[in-house]
Design a protein around this ligand. Structure first.
Ligand code: SAM
Length: 348
């Protein structure tokens, strides 16, 4: 399995690193594969849900978080499917905060069920929430998501802001769907102290992706500059100097309370600085969004003799050979997804 000190160390010490010099410090945990929306870019209609026994218990997620912390993972994002669609999610967040007070704990949600939980999330020290919202038009929202829940999302956003939680809105940029809405999103970011970020539409499994639907970041930016005065913010130039923008290029909006940003997985990949691992609700580890290579952790985690020590070995070995997603994207044949799995199952 490798030498004691170099790459291949099976029960090494210290942080998770790979052979390209990247280190892993960020874990995304998908707490459920189920979602109350049926977004056209993340189609879950054809999917078979995991059975109750196949889904990791909250206690098992807590064990993985504890292991991650020991391995240098200081930031955990809870996602799904839709995390609030899983029973007991709020209590799980509170339990995670109590057990790991030092953890930078974040959430990604569609916000349809969020509003009543905002004060508790704030009290539990969840300071930042990503909310997926592709349109500011209720009819388009219903068409994209299959559900008439736009008003619920807007109330969720307002409740978070009122509770002092920083909000990032993520919109999947789709030609023919929301490419007429830039002015509206910029107006929102002027009015409210939140980040509006457009993310390029990726050819993920299960989506109805077509090349002509991709609304490239360069085109979005060019149009946005005709609508607002935008000043690039250096990475690490977030509130209080924090590096909280992840792979997004952010812009200040002159006269605006909020900011504007672009996430460019297609046109300008950020694989060289990727620091993340994903674990799905079924306990499957993915080291790259664009790769179908998976590592099944659940059996080891539940095995009386293997347990967390063995999971640690898998995490170390898998991290070392973490792929470069853009190579996989480039190798994709026309008409193919980059991986065979929808984001709702991976944990976006
Ligand atoms: N239910 C939660 C939510 O809506 O935020 C968390 C999971 S959802 C899969 C996370 C996000 O992944 C989506 O809202 C969207 O921003 C992103 N996503 C899913 N499929 C995508 C695709 N094909 N291209 C770009 N982003 C995608």
């Amino acid at each position: 399995m490798g030498s004691e000190t170099g790459p291949g160390t099976e029960s090494g010490t210290g942080a998770l690193t790979d052979t390209r010099g990247r280190s892993v410090s960020y874990l995304r945990l998908s707490v459920t594969d189920r979602c109350n929306l049926r977004c056209l870019y993340c189609d879950s209609r054809m999917r078979q849900w995991l059975s109750h026994d196949e889904v990791l218990r909250y206690e098992e997620f807590l064990e993985l978080m504890g292991l991650g912390l020991n391995l240098g993972i200081g930031k955990v994002r809870l996602t799904g499917g839709e995390p609030f669609a899983r029973k007991g999610f709020m209590e799980f967040v509170e339990a995670a905060r109590l057990r790991f007070p030092q953890l930078d704990l974040r959430l990604t949600t569609n916000a349809t069920l969020l509003e009543p939980f905002a004060p508790r999330l704030s009290a539990a020290g969840v300071a930042r929430i990503n909310i997926s919202l592709d349109t500011l038009n209720p009819a388009t929202f219903a068409r994209v998501t299959g559900q008439d829940l736009y008003a619920e999302v807007r109330r969720g956003i307002d409740a978070c802001l009122a509770a002092g939680i920083r909000v990032k809105l993520n919109a999947v940029a789709m030609r023919g769907v929301n490419d007429g809405e830039l002015a509206g999103f910029l107006a929102l970011a002027r009015e409210l102290p939140l980040d509006v970020r457009f993310i390029e539409y990726m050819p993920m499994g299960g989506s109805e992706w077509k090349p002509e639907q991709v609304w490239r970041a360069a085109d979005i930016l060019a149009e946005a500059r005709t609508l607002a005065e935008l000043t690039p913010i250096e990475r690490g130039g977030g509130p209080s100097g924090s590096n909280d923008s992840g792979p997004a290029q952010m812009y200040a909006i002159t006269g605006g309370a909020g900011r504007f940003g672009l996430i460019t997985p297609l046109s300008n990949h950020f694989c060289g600085s990727c620091n993340r691992l994903r674990i799905t609700s079924g306990g499957v580890l993915r080291t790259c969004l664009f790769s179908d290579r998976v590592y099944r952790l659940r059996g080891a985690l539940r095995h009386p003799k293997l347990g967390l020590a063995f999971v640690e070995r898998i995490l170390r070995l898998a991290s070392q050979v973490k792929p470069l997603g853009y190579e996989l994207l480039a190798a994709r044949r026309a008409g193919q997804g980059v991986c065979g799995t929808a984001m709702s199952a991976i944990g976006g």
